[in-house]
Design a protein around this ligand. Structure first.
Ligand SMILES: CC(C)(COP(=O)(O)OP(=O)(O)OC[C@H]1O[C@@H](n2cnc3c(N)ncnc32)[C@H](O)[C@@H]1OP(=O)(O)O)[C@@H](O)C(=O)NCCC(=O)NCCS
Length: 189
């Protein structure tokens, strides 16, 4: 089946498009996700990141889009459709708690343009309004200042720290826990 024939969920923001991955994203996915600057803050992203990892992930995300209620997305620039990162509500917080968990990353060349805030804000709105979630969480390395700013700006609150079964890639054994309920959703998110 080609890309056009696949059912796929699209979330548009002012500058970005959250969508399923396309075959043409593979080389950008491997080069953007495959850097230590990105992977070191994430627990589930493979490192080193190979073409096989990329192909598997692209196929997986397409598969979840075919269900009609996907929780994983590519982040692309709306104007050019160029891949810049990934985001999802399919993360794991590493403490065995089964609550939808936000995960996101942007390729280094796309940092500090407000893209994460834009993409994560839209994903949160989708999670509560379209998927009908009641609550969601996110965990970050306590040193990850950028990620914590994104979460706070998007309406999550820091509720404490959690012990991790496995240390994070930069060595942290505890992670900052952020949560949000649908009642916290700002009217404009
Ligand atoms: C975290 C990440 C997604 C942020 O992306 P981004 O698009 O650069 O973030 P934004 O431009 O929306 O910036 C959000 C805030 O963080 C700040 N920020 C961005 N990079 C920063 C850094 N390296 N150190 C401190 N603050 C930073 C921005 O200035 C902005 O602050 P403001 O709200 O005061 O204006 C990106 O750095 C990344 O992909 N990191 C690696 C993967 C990762 O950490 N994922 C999250 C795991 S929990």
């Amino acid at each position: 089946m080609n890309d056009q024939a696949k059912p796929s969920t699209i979330i548009d923001t002012a500058r970005l498009r959250l969508r399923a991955y396309r075959d043409g994203d593979l080389s950008d996915l491997v080069s953007l996700a495959g850097t230590w600057e990105v992977a070191s803050w994430l627990t589930t992203l493979p490192y080193p990141y190979t073409e096989d990892h990329g192909r598997e992930w692209i196929a997986h995300v397409r598969q979840v889009h075919a269900t009609g209620s996907p929780r994983a997305f590519a982040i692309a620039l709306k104007e050019s459709d160029l891949l810049v990162g990934g985001a999802g509500l399919d993360g794991s917080s590493g403490d065995g708690i089964d609550e939808p968990s936000l995960g996101y990353w942007l390729g280094v060349p796309y940092w500090r343009r407000g893209y994460a805030r834009e993409a994560v804000g839209a994903l949160i709105g989708y999670g509560f309004r379209t998927l009908g979630l009641d609550t969601m969480r996110a965990v970050t390395d306590p040193e990850n200042a950028a990620s914590q700013k994104v979460l706070l700006a998007c309406g999550l609150r820091k509720v404490g720290d959690i012990d991790l079964a496995e240390p994070m890639r930069r060595g942290a054994r505890r992670a900052a826990l952020f949560r949000m309920s649908r009642h916290d959703l700002p009217a404009t998110a």
